[in-house]
Write a protein that binds this ligand. Structure first.
Ligand code: SF4
Length: 252
């Protein structure tokens, strides 16, 4: 399974993001998340060996600053800086301050680089977390399922989770975020069964993200019974929303 041991990794070249630097503010050597998604590329929480020590603000700030300064002095381009890694980045207690520090370094060395955060959106009800997410160029926030029950089998929250509360909190973004949704099925569920798909589309109409990314499994997943969808199938699922004017990226 995929784990990152460094705070900053890359830059790696990607077709979508250009020259992209990754930032992992989760404990190293394992996974740390308040979801335990059946498709997680980091594996199941129970198999993780995370040290449960978050890198703190000063450490992250120094690591990002050093990496960006080095890239700038060597003429290495940086087009994007993306928070992802061994779990849910907003769980880091210094998340809001880290965001501000990374934005400051970005402005100093690569003012055109876009800062993105991949988050499962579980903590958007916390004002400081939501406001920090609103300060980055691309808050990429996850809603995979349309009911608490489906979230329960697909994302397996480790604590209290109410989809209706997440939806309410996301409305406060006024559409200024990217929604990320995984489409897949297993022996236990199908996120695109008619009821489930209709529920998800109603949520999309409610929260009105400026962009939507739908995707399906790509790498090894902890649950081996999962089945992916083709790009054509996913395109058909989201066609009603495209017809209504939503901007949707589909990744197979
Ligand atoms: S939210 Fe992301 S990191 Fe957490 S379990 Fe799901 S896929 Fe893995």
């Amino acid at each position: 399974m995929l784990h990152f041991d460094d705070i900053v990794f890359g830059p790696i070249s990607s077709r979508r993001l250009g020259s992209s630097l990754g930032v992992n503010i989760l404990p190293s050597k394992g996974k740390f998340c308040n979801f335990d998604c059946v498709y997680c590329e980091c594996g199941w929480n129970k198999d993780g060996v995370a040290e449960r020590v978050f890198p703190r603000l000063a450490e992250v700030e120094a690591a990002v600053e050093a990496k960006l300064a080095k890239a700038a002095s060597e003429g290495v381009p940086v087009d994007s800086i993306t928070f992802s890694g061994n779990g849910e980045p907003t769980m880091n207690p210094d998340f809001p301050e880290i965001i501000d520090a990374v934005i400051r370094s970005r402005d100093r060395y690569f003012p055109h680089a876009k800062v993105s955060v991949l988050s499962n959106a579980t903590l958007v009800g916390k004002q400081a977390v939501a406001e920090a997410l609103m300060r980055v160029d691309n808050p990429i926030l996850k809603i995979d399922a349309s009911t608490d029950e489906l979230v329960g089998v697909m994302n397996k929250p480790t604590g209290a989770y109410r989809l209706s509360e997440i939806v309410e909190a996301l409305k406060r973004f006024n559409g200024n975020f990217i929604l990320q949704t995984m489409f897949l099925k297993s022996k236990d569920f199908d996120t695109t069964a008619p009821e489930a798909l209709k529920g998800w589309m109603d949520i999309v109409r409610d929260i009105r993200p400026r962009e939507i990314m739908v995707y399906t499994i790509d790498r090894e997943t902890p649950d081996k019974s999962l089945e992916k969808y083709t790009v054509d199938e996913m395109a058909a699922f989201v066609q009603p929303l495209v017809d209504e004017g939503f901007k949707i990226q589909i990744r197979g």
